[in-house]
Design a protein around this ligand. Structure first.
Ligand code: FES
Length: 428
């Protein structure tokens, strides 16, 4: 995140018929069998015991969001620097957060102006969610209709706004109903998905926490489950691999297999990594799966972007990596944003304008397209959602486990709440 500069299981899945619809023709059958075996768990019927009805189902996409206009940058940054899950400033959070965000706002506004006046993340998130719901209505009629919602952590529509919309649309408030919180960060970090879930738990407690038990024994609140990580879903891997193959075609054939693939993900402070955050391992899992799918045809490295400030961050830095390879005479480099599912300032400004634009080799250093409206990716989202609905499982086994160094009461309470939803959904 360019704006951070100052301080700077997968869900237990089951193989479903839809999985075959995203099966890539280029995926070797042996590899596919291996992936399926790894993903395979028994399937169970969907149990929505709140109102005896299988639908509607709310599909809620969680992401950090971004300012849609330059005028929204200030509010976006002030929310971002107030989030101790993302930027831990300790007891000084409420003092330092507003100071840092106010000082950063003019510079970041210029960056958003340079990419067209705002982040496209809302447009892409709403598109991806709506398209996924259309597919789900066809492949999972028992849980239809599927209604799309987006909840951003730092920009509109915020989690509170989304939750109030759910209530206005007839979910909860004594009527029960089923909602899936679907993270749009494929790899789990406590500073991203964890923060979004903590925020969702907070608003659930505020808006539905006092609901009493109904005559049928249920409390009439929304029954939540979570798709909390999906770093090696075959559809995600395939979408990345095809975008890489397509971009590699822009290099002359005789140089193509020498192009270095540079996978770039947002970095984390080492204090978060050393707390035991699962993100670095899950990003590496995605990279390995994509390289496996590409038959390791090119050399590659994983690097990390957006590190700044005096404290140590996970490296190597993307910009430094590019500069070092160029200095060694390697100018054919292909950047792959591997932890983002749509374009935003980290791709459009940080990679395109800064890393590539300032390299002096914009003709040979390129970036693959972001997933955005990629139909293979949207089909993968639908496959993940259907598998989750079929499983009847509230979240992955990994989500129950706190980081070894976690001291956050918010994490503890939030995880306890989501785990308790298994009882509401029915044991599997
Ligand atoms: Fe990872 Fe709390 S910081 S579970």
């Amino acid at each position: 995140m360019a704006f951070l500069r100052p301080a700077r299981q997968l869900c237990k899945s089951a193989t479903t018929p839809v999985a075959s619809t995203i099966r890539p023709p280029l995926l070797a059958s042996t590899q596919l069998r291996q992936q399926r075996r790894w993903l395979a768990t028994p399937t169970y019927p969907v149990t929505q015991n709140s109102a005896g009805s299988q639908g509607p189902t709310a599909m809620v996409f969680l992401n950090m969001g971004g300012p849609s206009t330059v005028d929204e940058v200030g509010d976006f940054l002030s929310r971002l620097f107030a989030d101790g899950d993302l930027i831990p400033l300790g007891r000084l959070q409420s003092y330092l957060g507003p100071l840092i965000s106010a000082r950063r706002t003019p510079k970041i506004q210029k960056q958003y102006a340079a990419i067209g006046g705002g982040s496209p993340i809302r447009k892409w998130s709403e598109h991806q969610c709506a398209e996924m719901c259309k597919i789900l209505d066809e492949i999972s009629p028992q849980t239809a209709p599927h209604k799309p919602y987006v909840a951003f952590r730092y920009a509109n529509p915020l989690t509170e706004e989304m939750y109030r919309k759910l209530l206005a649309d007839g979910f909860g408030n004594g009527k029960g109903g089923r909602a899936i919180a679907f993270t749009q960060y494929p790899q789990y970090s406590c500073s991203t998905t964890g923060s979004s879930l903590n925020e969702l738990w907070k608003w659930r407690q505020r808006l539905e926490g006092k609901t009493g038990a109904l005559e049928d024994g249920s409390d009439g609140t929304i029954k939540w489950s979570v798709i909390d990580r999906w770093p090696v879903h075959p559809g995600l891997v395939e979408a990345f691999a095809r975008n890489i193959e397509e971009k590699l075609l822009e290099y002359p054939e005789e140089r193509r297999d020498k192009v270095i693939l540079l996978f770039s993900a947002h970095s984390l402070p080492m204090s978060v990594v050393n707390r035991g955050d699962p993100y670095p391992a899950e990003v590496a899992a995605t990279v390995h799966a994509v390289m496996h799918r590409l038959n390791h045809a090119n050399p590659y490295r994983l690097c990390w972007q957006s590190q700044v400030g005096p404290q140590p961050w996970l490296g190597p830095q993307t910009q430094m990596t590019v500069e070092e390879y160029v200095a060694k005479g390697q100018k054919d480099l292909l950047l792959i944003p591997i932890a983002f599912t749509s374009d935003h300032i980290e791709t459009l400004y940080e990679l395109d304008e800064e890393v590539i634009g300032e390299s002096g080799h914009a003709d040979t250093i390129k970036r693959v397209e972001s997933l955005n409206g990629n139909p293979i990716f949207i089909q993968a989202l639908a496959d993940l959602a259907k598998t989750h609905l079929d499983s009847g499982i509230v979240c992955s086994t990994q989500m129950h486990l706190r980081c070894p160094g976690c001291k956050s009461d918010r994490c503890a309470e939030s995880k306890k709440f989501f785990a308790s939803q298994q009882e509401q959904l029915g044991e599997v």
